[in-house]
Write a protein that binds this ligand. Structure first.
Ligand SMILES: Cc1cc2nc3c(=O)[nH]c(=O)nc-3n(C[C@H](O)[C@H](O)[C@H](O)COP(=O)(O)OP(=O)(O)OC[C@H]3O[C@@H](n4cnc5c(N)ncnc54)[C@H](O)[C@@H]3O)c2cc1C
Length: 291
């Protein structure tokens, strides 16, 4: 069953996210990670899209290789940053030729040093515009982002929810969430979006904690809440100790989400697999995922 059919059937999906590395050592370690991920039979692997420069071509390359060489369904992220419609067409044509079926259509963050996102004069200002464009011209399954604890630029969560509904109306058929550590915030968000008419399957984005400094960085970058439950659970210790506890916390977080009927789990790997595959293995051992 494809990931899309599983989502339609209400069977939870399992997916992992990677990014195109910048140097040969990074590629070596990514391929080792992908080999481990493949053994966990994910429903799809998604590849992020960089803010600019040569890593962008590498997304297309990598997503094609994951599908062709590893036989895994892969989803390409694509952002509006710096792209005209013609450039977007050229990328989508390449992805079509590579047999990619899924696109995560995003606006993207402002490039480093820019205070705010400025759309390309011949491009798109919001993810919903990119989604509408793709939907009108291509056959991709379109995914979009959502933010259980609010997008940092949004004044209120309800504005974000209106914009998520717009992404659904324009053709998105699944949403993947920003990372979060407080399941209650996610569950409340699901109730709120359902009340606003959002019917999309919403996959939970999960990032295992591997160190206390990494946790602080998450908070700065994504604005995610760090609940007391998490800091109490992690306590103090070196990165190795914290990473072990981060795995245990991740297992409990995912088990609770699966108990509550989440559409799927999307594990942010940062190109390393130890924590994410151990979480998957523990969930499988406890019967939460099919063997
Ligand atoms: C699962 C996931 C994957 C990601 N992958 C990548 C990646 O590969 N590469 C990358 O660069 N970034 C990625 N991001 C980050 C993302 O690009 C940023 O969070 C970006 O700031 C917003 O993108 P978006 O698609 O959610 O934008 P949008 O949906 O356009 O929303 C951005 C902001 O604008 C507001 N807004 C939306 N529509 C309107 C409207 N019509 N009028 C007024 N305001 C509006 C929203 O409320 C929100 O505050 C990812 C995020 C997630 C959650």
């Amino acid at each position: 069953m494809s990931y899309f059919e599983k989502l339609q059937a209400g069977t939870p999906t399992l997916s992992y996210e990677v990014f195109p590395p910048k140097n040969p050592l990074g590629w070596e370690s990514l391929y080792a990670t992908l080999a481990e991920i493949r053994r966990r039979t994910p429903d799809f692997v998604s590849v992020t899209y960089g803010a600019g420069g040569s890593t962008r071509d590498k997304t297309i390359d990598l997503v094609s290789r994951i599908q062709r060489e590893l036989g895994l369904a892969s989803v390409a992220h694509l952002t509006c940053v710096g792209h005209s419609r013609d450039e977007i067409d050229a990328i989508l044509d390449q992805l079509t030729r590579a047999g990619i079926e899924g696109i995560m259509a995003l606006r993207g963050d402002p490039p480093k040093g820019d205070a705010a996102f400025l759309p390309h004069p011949e491009g798109f200002a919001h993810a919903s515009e990119l989604i509408a464009y793709i939907k009108a011209r291509y056959k991709f399954r379109i995914g979009c982002a959502c933010y259980p604890e609010k997008h940092p630029e949004a004044v209120a969560l309800r504005d974000d929810i209106v914009h998520l509904k717009l992404k659904q109306d324009q053709g998105a058929s699944v949403a993947v969430s920003q990372l979060f550590f407080d399941n209650e915030n996610f569950k409340r968000f699901i109730d709120q979006v359902r009340a606003a008419g959002v019917t999309l399957p919403i996959i939970a984005g999960i990032m295992p904690v591997t160190g206390l400094s990494q946790l602080r960085r998450f908070r700065e970058l994504s604005g995610t809440e760090i609940p007391k439950k998490l800091t109490d659970f992690l306590g103090e210790g070196d990165d190795e100790t914290i990473a072990e506890r981060g795995i245990d916390f991740g297992v409990e977080q995912c088990a609770d989400l699966l108990d509550s009927g989440v559409a799927g789990l999307h594990l942010y790997t940062l190109n390393r697999c130890t924590s994410t595959t151990r979480i998957t293995d523990a969930l499988r051992a406890r019967g939460y995922l099919p063997r």
